[in-house]
Write a protein that binds this ligand. Structure first.
Ligand SMILES: Cc1cc2nc3c(=O)[nH]c(=O)nc-3n(C[C@H](O)[C@H](O)[C@H](O)COP(=O)(O)OP(=O)(O)OC[C@H]3O[C@@H](n4cnc5c(N)ncnc54)[C@H](O)[C@@H]3O)c2cc1C
Length: 473
């Protein structure tokens, strides 16, 4: 008998789930109806690329982390691996704003961990005492009680306060838009916890990881961060095109999921904002956790509350294009991050056209600033004019750029970035146990096992396989 599955949400997680269902249906000759319901008028979620005046502007993410294999595997499967580019090999590096000046993060510092002796000891970003304290990581015994620490506690324990204030905190703000005092290190950076356990030291662990990375790069597998030549929209469009047997309903919001309890009938009814009711034998929720909470509240109030307890922060990206000669000196590296102690109104800046090729015409530069996050969420919702003036004034203060930009693009992401706070792992475990009590409903997306694009793709694949297993065994 024909079965039907409804996927709610068409960000990268929902699209990956729909694509996988489509593929398994085609390969297995399964009689299956697949419908995706998406609130926005187009799929992609936080992934959105705008093409304007020769610029390729990413509104949300601009790349994926190549160390996690799922994005690369999917891109290969879609047959578009020849359209992938890595970060430019020239002029790499990130700076840190400290006491109003930009200091290059010493070569060999990977995330927050130093792995090369000379650039680290000669760097003026850290004091002598700070460097000695970071080096003590080699001697401090590993923690063995399995307690879920905050990123701040973990960093101070292993590497000291300077490592937290001058690298870990601003890098985390740049990547997760989060607060290191509340973020769980185990859920946000499991790799650090594993390194401590395996090597007894982050420095030893990272040196070993860096060597492995170099071996892979020498073997030709490329840069640490990759993207599509024409922007990540290319991945979204291709996923949708290759999900040919999936029915996409865009511009409609899922409003509730009810159980039918009639034998021989599909188990669920999903009601859309258009009034349409979709019957489903299985449902995949690929929406933020607080949206899933509302959708299943009538099926399990307790589960709804638990899903609601995963906090989110809001961010905005502001892309600005300038004539190349607007900057007194050439832009160094790929950008800079801003520690909280600097009291600035931006979290980070990326020199987009230095980081990736094909992003701007030859005589122009494209840069991107990050606003909001755990510390300054309210700034995201300032009017366009105020945000533009604010970031221009920050740029003028930090870099002395007073020229008028050729282009300004602001993208606001309201409650789009989940925060893995202390206890996240056990919260997710409980959520996953509780959802099994609702029959064939699966959760996927950035709220649970990783916020990166690769993690989201993996979560979509897993949800698709689980829901099919629930239907056909
Ligand atoms: C500014 C920014 C920069 C980032 N940079 C990077 C990066 O460089 N690299 C990286 O790997 N990751 C990055 N991330 C993280 C990554 O982009 C996200 O974690 C990932 O794209 C989330 O995908 P998702 O499908 O789980 O959720 P989303 O993209 O949020 O998609 C959820 C979808 O559900 C829809 N929806 C919501 N409610 C309903 C409803 N009731 N009914 C129907 N549809 C609904 C939404 O419209 C949306 O399309 C970034 C995130 C942001 C916000």
């Amino acid at each position: 008998m024909k079965k039907s599955i409804v996927v709610i949400g068409a960000g990268i997680s929902g699209l990956s789930a729909a694509y996988r269902l489509n593929k398994l249906k085609t390969q297995g000759g399964i009689d299956l109806e697949i419908t995706v319901a998406e609130k926005s008028t187009s799929p992609g979620g936080t992934i959105h690329t705008e093409y304007t005046g020769g610029f390729v502007v990413e509104g949300g993410p601009d790349c994926y982390f190549a160390e996690k294999p799922y994005a690369g595997m999917l891109i290969k499967e879609l047959g578009i691996a020849d359209r992938v580019i890595g970060t430019n090999s020239k002029n790499q590096g990130t700076s840190v704003l400290w006491h109003g000046k930009l200091y290059k993060l010493p070569e060999g510092v990977v995330l927050m961990i130093p792995t090369k002796f000379t650039p680290f000891v000669t760097s003026s970003l850290f004091s002598l005492a700070g460097k000695i304290r970071m080096g003590m990581d080699l001697l401090i015994p590993k923690r063995t009680d399995g307690v879920d620490e905050s990123l701040a506690e973990f960093t101070i324990r292993r590497l000291g306060r300077e490592a937290l204030d001058r690298i870990a905190e601003p890098l985390v703000a740049g990547v997760h838009a989060g607060d290191p005092d509340t973020m769980s290190v185990r859920s946000s950076f499991p790799r650090f916890v594993d390194m401590e356990q395996k090597y007894g030291s982050l420095i030893r662990g990272m040196i070993s990881a860096r060597r492995a990375m170099q071996r892979r790069r020498t073997a030709g597998s490329g840069a640490m961060f990759m993207t599509m030549k024409n922007g990540l929209q290319d991945l979204i469009n291709t996923l949708q095109q290759q999900s040919s047997q999936v029915q996409f309903k865009t511009g409609v919001e899922a409003q509730s999921i009810m159980r039918t309890h009639r034998s021989g009938e599909p188990a669920y009814v999903v009601t859309l904002s258009s009034g349409e009711q979709l019957k489903a034998d299985g449902v995949i929720l690929a929406v933020p956790a607080y949206v899933s909470a509302g959708l299943i509240a009538s099926l399990s109030g307790d589960l709804g509350m638990l899903l609601h307890s995963i906090p989110y922060v809001s961010t905005a990206t502001v892309s600005l294009a300038y004539r190349k000669d607007s900057f007194g000196t050439a832009l160094k590296g790929f950008g800079f991050v801003v520690p909280k102690k600097e009291n600035r109104r931006i979290m980070a800046a990326t020199w987009t056209s230095s980081k990736f090729s094909y992003r701007a015409p030859d005589d122009a530069v494209l840069i991107r600033l990050f606003v909001g996050g755990a510390a300054h969420g309210d700034m995201v919702f300032l009017p366009d004019r105020e945000i533009t003036d604010m970031v221009k004034s920050e740029l003028n203060d930090i870099l002395g750029v007073s020229a008028e930009p050729l282009l300004v693009r602001i993208y606001r992401w309201n409650r789009a970035m989940p925060q893995y706070t202390i206890g996240h792992e056990s919260r997710v475990k409980t959520i996953e146990q509780m959802i099994t009590g609702l029959g064939n409903i699966q959760l996927c997306g950035s709220a649970y096992h990783g916020i990166g694009i690769s993690d989201c793709i993996n979560s979509g694949n897993t949800a698709a396989q689980s829901v099919l297993k629930g239907l056909f065994g």
